[in-house]
Design a protein around this ligand. Sequence first.
Ligand code: HEC
Length: 251
Amino acid sequence: MSDQPSSGRRPLIPSQIASWLGAISLAAAALIATGYAYTLVRRAPDALTDRRKAQQNLRAETNKKELALLTEPSRNADGTYRIPLKDAQALIVKDPQVIAKIQAGGAPAAPAVAAAYVAGPFVVADAEQMKRGAAVYARTCIACHQPTGKGLPPVFPSISETPIVVGNPELPIKFITNGLMGPITVGGMTFNSMMPPVAGVSDQDIADVLTYVRQSFGNKGNPVTVDQVKAVRAANAARTAMWNTAELGLK
Ligand code: HEC
């Protein structure tokens, strides 16, 4: 009789505990699984948003730096630009349109070029030639004439909206090949410095860079061909001295 209640209860208790334990652990497992699944589902879009935001921030930061490099902090008192050569080269090589873009937003707008500068009907330069020309400019002219083409007066004259740049290409071809010295008035300011001969440029490079310059910085001059460059160089092949502004009729 003393065995009966105990033998009747004994199998009951463990099985009850077992079933409770089973239910509890099942519930716990379900809870953990649900929680884990939830964090996975939540974390995935969060990580994506975070990465996008970081990329956007980086891009905005880069744009800001590039613009700052070419606008206010790098501006001289007279409105010309002073930026590290390697930065300017990198910017222009990366994006040949950078100057036009920067001029469009923030920098003083270039006034329209007088129609008298344009010889013959205006021809828009080939995009590939402009791209090559921008690269030659970044390599050979930018240090003195600056990314804006406005130069660094009173030492380096502007090549933006100056008659020589958009006129007969014979003169700039001569300057590039042999250099230029002597007094010359550009944009109302008289310069008396020296442009050394530009080394390491082919006939094609000269045609490309002059085409680029003639259709940038507010200039509107027709493209220059390799044949034009060849003809001017051939006609002056014997010359080794620099050109003097007086002998070219420039003042
Ligand atoms: C080392 C500096 C320097 C470099 C590099 C240089 N120039 Fe010049 N450039 C000058 C100076 C200085 C003058 C004015 C010379 C004088 O006073 O007689 C000048 C004058 C000119 C002129 C005539 C004046 C004017 O403003 O219209 C043109 C055009 C010109 N350069 C184009 C170029 C081109 C294109 C390149 C690159 C292929 C180039 N220069 C490279 C310093 C430079």
